[in-house]
Unconditional design. Sequence first.
Length: 190
Amino acid sequence: MKHVLYMAVALVVFMSACTDPDKDPLQFDKLKQGSLITLRGDAVDVLGDPANRGAMDTFNISGDAANYSLDFQTDYLAEDPASLSEVKLFASLTETGGRVAIGTIAGRDFSLSAGEGTYPRATVKIPFTTILTAVGKSIRDFTPNQYIFIEADLTLSDGSTVPASAFANLSLFESALFYPAHKLRMIAKP
């Protein structure tokens, strides 16, 4: 009988234990069902190269910043492909640091004719000089293998947002078919 009582108390304690909602890898309260953008095109190959250490774009620290840009194609996956108002892009020097705006892609820039399938696609191209100005750095300020973190927040046509922070563990969304484009990295090369 004592064991049953101990088990009941333990079960009540376990069920009432506090959880940290920021560590919830899916954070469903911040996501609209099926509303996310995915990485497409050459950036997927760059991301898959082990030399790039998980980055989807690179820049050479001894190069000219004007010769680089953040380039990638992205598909919008949603139950309603017309529900995207805009994608706001941000850059940061740390994974958890203050991020600064670097650009916006209008929802109308996503089109079915640009994609290879049933999802609207857009091409993102932001001059690297824009990113450097936003983060307050020169290309020479970076060391090899240092990252610039890129985040994308979605604003939907109903006014709601899907912030990059809602994707706490993107590896849960990865597959051979797509890689989520809400949290990306650029990497400095020597």
